[in-house]
Structures are given as C-alpha cells and as structure tokens.
Design a protein around this ligand. Structure first.
Ligand code: OMP
Length: 238
C-alpha cells in the first residue's frame, strides 16, 4: 500500500478497461474502480481485476446512516478488494459502523480491506468550503479535524490533498495512511481539481499513495505516461 501509484480507472465500461490495460501486458498495477465503472459493471469488474493480480481500491465514497454503511461494507468486504472509502462527513459512528461491517464481512483467512475517509475533496477550495459548507475554519484545519475523527474511529487513513499530508503525518501519526488524488505534472491541465500537486511534491510531503486518473488514462501513450508518473513519484533517475 505504501508508496503506491494508484491508477483511477474512470471508464464507462469493461471494454474500455480492457483496452487501457492491454498494453501493460502482465504488469501488476494498483487500480481504482470508482462510481462510473462500478455502477455499470458491478462486482464482476472487481473479480476480473483481482484475478489478474491487480490491487484494487474500490472508491465508492460511502456516506449514509451508520446501519446502511455498515451493511454495505459487509457486502463489499466479500469482493476481496484491498482498499475502500467513506466520507468523513458521515461522522464517527458511521465510520465505526463501516469498519465493523468490513470486519464482519471479510471471509475467514482473508485480510480486511483497508478503510480510509475522504476529508475535503481535492476539487474543493478553501473559499468554496467556507461559502458552501459554512465551515469557517481553514481548509487545512477542516482536513486535519476529519483526519483525527477518522483516526479516532479506527480507520486506516484518509484521502486528502498532498498539501495536507505532512501535517496529518505529524499530528495524527506516520502510520496513518494519506492517499492523495489531484496529482499533476507541472505541464498537465488541472481540469476540475483545485488542490493539485506534482508527484515529487507528494513524495516530499510523505504521502502514502498517489492517485492519478486522466493524465494517464487519457494520455496518447498511457504506458509511457504511467512510467513517467511512477518515475517522478519514486524519484528514480533514468
Ligand atoms: O476518493 C477519491 O479517489 C478522490 C477523492 C478526492 O478528494 N479527489 C479525487 O479526485 N478523487 C478521485 O481521484 C481521481 C482523480 O482523477 P484525475 O483528476 O483524473 O487524476 C478520480 O477518480 C476521483 O474520483
């Protein structure tokens, strides 16, 4: 999990996923299945990816009453995914229920999927958070608060931007995972993201894993783009 580059498979269907993965051959990736793909293909896409030995982050961002989230997680634990997430805004009881659901649902002999909480989406700016959510603290304080709440609920870590990762490591703990989307090379389009950072910045901030989507999946040469990101993230000089 630590030091992973997670590729967001934000595709409309399996065929697009196959097309994307084909040029990677037997390379084992850490991939993210989000709402777009899961709502169309369901568990079968997860089984397929796991069969090919890819690690899977099932990013469904659960956010509902504790009972509903707990029951949903009980089912998701049976899919054999490595990582799942919830929205920290759902509250501590909801996060505890999520974790309990995962523990109960994980088949005997299998490892419970890790569970992380989305703090403030990387598409949210401080100004937007203040104005739209009526949260009148700094964005960093809000993210740190959610991270502490997630930690107190027993979760394994959070989704945040790379800009908040080092303070979370300092104040919540170095073992608490920070998974950061909003990753762009300096030459990339920012698109709908607000709190972006380069892979090098993420590495310097001690981020546990970065998530990269369109810059790789929509690149002309996705394999080349993947390796460019990986190299920047791992700090390996050619
Ligand atoms: O939970 C996530 O994965 C997530 C949280 C967040 O705050 N921001 C965020 O961008 N994501 C996901 O990370 C991916 C980022 O994709 P790109 O912006 O294309 O690199 C998308 O699949 C988002 O759904």
């Amino acid at each position: 999990m630590k030091n992973s580059l997670i590729v967001a498979l934000d595709f409309a269907n399996k065929q697009e996923v196959h097309q994307f993965l084909e040029p990677f051959g037997n390379e084992q990736l850490f991939v993210k299945v989000g709402m777009e793909l899961f709502y169309q293909e369901g568990p079968s896409i997860v089984y397929e990816l796991k069969e090919k030995n890819h690690q899977v982050f099932l990013d469904l961002k659960l956010h509902d009453i504790p009972n509903t989230v707990g029951s949903a997680m009980r089912g998701l634990a049976k899919l054999g995914v490595d990582l799942v997430n919830v929205h920290a805004a759902g509250g501590k009881d909801m996060m505890m229920a999520a974790l309990e659901g995962l523990e109960v649902g994980t088949p005997a002999g299998f490892v419970r999927p890790k569970c992380i909480a989305v703090t403030q989406l990387t598409s949210t700016s401080e100004e937007q958070m203040n104005r739209e959510q009526l949260i009148n603290v700094s964005l960093e304080q809000s993210v740190l608060h959610y991270a502490s709440l997630a930690n107190s609920a027993g979760l394994d870590g959070v989704v945040c931007s790379s800009h908040e990762a080092s303070i979370i490591r300092e104040q919540v703990g170095a073992d608490f995972l920070t998974v950061t989307p909003g990753i762009r090379l300096a030459s990339d389009e920012v698109q709908d993201q607000k709190r972006v950072a380069t892979p090098e910045f993420a590495r310097g901030a001690g981020v546990s894993a970065i998530v990269v989507g369109r810059s790789i999946t929509r690149a002309e040469d996705s394999v080349q783009s993947y390796h460019q990101y990986k190299q920047a993230w791992e700090g390996v000089l050619k």
